[in-house]
Design a protein around this ligand. Structure first.
Ligand SMILES: NC(=O)c1ccc[n+]([C@@H]2O[C@H](COP(=O)([O-])OP(=O)(O)OC[C@H]3O[C@@H](n4cnc5c(N)ncnc54)[C@H](O)[C@@H]3O)[C@@H](O)[C@H]2O)c1
Length: 444
């Protein structure tokens, strides 16, 4: 048996732990009142930036209505009520009932056990995801949980165990919405279909501006850490896990595998915020068949954002940008119609780039250059469809696989040595045992 086959089998077993779709189909009308033509009642946990964006998109693109809110902090809850009352008014239904607003450290339990909701959307800081996910699974609600599923190996294993409890009774999605971006889905379909031939290597870049927060002068030290969690390694998992994970997940998806080992470096060269996250990582992942993918990331300042992947194969090159070119160049060429900017490597002249002379006419036709423009809406539609059709999703294992793959890279970089998937999976790496027992009682 080749190394690749062994690896793939191992991966299937891994994903099989919680990833199987299952065969029992429950009639949609039996799923706690979520019949196909009635509204699905959504409770949002974490009324911050991402939570508000996704819940608003659910309300605008699907049959879901935001009817309940939960948050650690009252100001966030009030902001959420104001926003979602406006959305309700726009759609012509009642706003948030104040009785369905839950505040404080136990808001997640109150929301999960609230009989007036069908679906819990978990959009809290990363360290809380396993606990918040478990409460919602135990309550039997449909769940949309943000990535990463956890910040450390023990958290990922907890999520895999939680996933086993789902038992095809309801749907659980993880927020890897990039997979639902139509241009990326088409690219992945072609790569998986062999358009590149044998793949040798890849290069992924997540180059991003920094996270900026107001000073919160009256906050306690813990409150400040939670409100500015993207600066905080323990609460966010560091930039590679909180943000760059999207690229690792896309590589796992396109290569239909997870990395078997990684080596890396990185550091905190220019960031001046009071946190401890690094501002850059440089990690080389080895996938089965000795495919090497280098992930280079930078997060700081305000100067540049560009997110991309290139995969290099015997027959061609796949290129993916959040904003820019999405296409395949080589023997089986294809280019997404919204591609813009410095474009494809030309045959035989890898360093020669052409500007997109067609862009003005594409723009006139209303074509967006943002490859992710439809990602959230498509993701939410697919999730709602899984609920109303009874063909439930269970993405706990895919979420854990993406997080563990990224944690493999992070730990290799922190430890400045090569680490293997097996080593990481066998470990009980816990980011900060003290903080894992984070005491939120001051916010009661
Ligand atoms: N899928 C994506 O592309 C994407 C993009 C951005 C963020 N995210 C993820 O979304 C999550 C939230 O990120 P954000 O940028 O919205 O952060 P944010 O700080 O804007 O929002 C977090 C919210 O959670 C609340 N909160 C904090 N701790 C809580 C607790 N214990 N119980 C209840 N509420 C709590 C905060 O008060 C805040 O309202 C993170 O996991 C992040 O990784 C995903």
């Amino acid at each position: 048996m080749t190394e690749h086959k062994e690896e793939k089998m191992g991966r299937r077993e891994f994903l099989g732990a919680t990833g199987a779709a299952g065969i029992m189909i429950i009639k949609p009308q039996l799923v706690r009142g979520t019949a196909a033509n009635s509204a699905i009642r959504l409770g949002l946990l974490g009324c911050g930036k991402r939570g508000t964006t996704v819940a608003t998109s659910f309300a605008n693109h699907t049959a879901a209505r935001v009817v309940a809110l939960g948050d650690l902090f009252p100001d966030q809850l009030d902001k959420g009520k104001h926003h979602f009352d406006g959305i309700a008014a726009k759609h012509g239904y009642a706003g948030i009932d104040p009785k369905l607003m839950f505040r404080g450290p136990r808001a997640y339990q109150a929301l999960a056990n609230c009989p007036d909701i069908d679906l819990v959307q978990i959009s809290t800081p990363d360290i809380f995801h396993p606990a918040h996910l478990e409460a919602a699974v135990d309550a039997g609600k449909h769940i949309y949980c943000e990535k990463p599923v956890a910040v450390d190996v023990t958290g990922c294993k907890q999520v895999m165990r939680i996933g086993e409890k789902v038992q095809n009774r309801f749907s659980l999605d993880i927020g890897f919405q990039c997979r639902n971006a139509p241009p990326f889905a088409e690219l992945a379909r072609r790569v998986q279909g062999g358009a590149l031939g044998k793949i040798a290597c890849g290069a992924a870049y997540y180059q991003s501006t920094g996270a900026f927060y107001p000073p919160y002068p009256n906050a306690t030290p813990l409150e400040r850490r939670i409100r500015t969690f993207l600066w905080d390694r323990v609460i966010s998992g560091d930039i590679i896990l909180d943000q760059n994970i999207h690229l690792v997940d896309l590589c796992n998806w396109m290569l239909d595998a997870h990395p078997v080992k990684a080596i890396g470096t990185g550091g905190r060269g220019v960031r001046e915020d009071p946190g401890d996250c690094w501002d850059h990582f440089d990690v080389t992942f080895t996938y089965p068949h000795d495919v090497h993918v280098n992930l280079n990331s930078f997060q700081a300042g305000k100067a540049l954002s560009d997110v991309s992947i290139r995969l290099f194969g015997a027959k061609g090159v796949a290129e993916l940008h959040y904003k820019g070119v999405v296409g395949i160049y080589g023997e089986e060429p294809w280019e997404w119609e919204g591609s813009i900017g410095p474009a494809s490597p030309q045959r035989g002249h890898a360093n020669i780039y052409s500007a997109d002379a067609d862009w003005p006419s594409k723009k006139a036709k209303g074509i967006s250059p943002n490859a992710l423009e439809q990602a959230d809406a498509e993701k939410e539609k697919a999730f709602l469809e899984s609920i109303t059709s009874g063909k439930f999703h269970n993405q706990a294992a895919v979420g854990a696989e993406g997080a563990l793959s990224t944690i493999l890279g992070r730990q290799a970089a922190y430890n400045q040595r090569e680490m293997t998937w097996d080593e990481v999976l066998a470990s009980d790496q816990t980011y900060d045992p003290e903080l894992q027992r984070i005491d939120l009682s001051e916010f009661e």
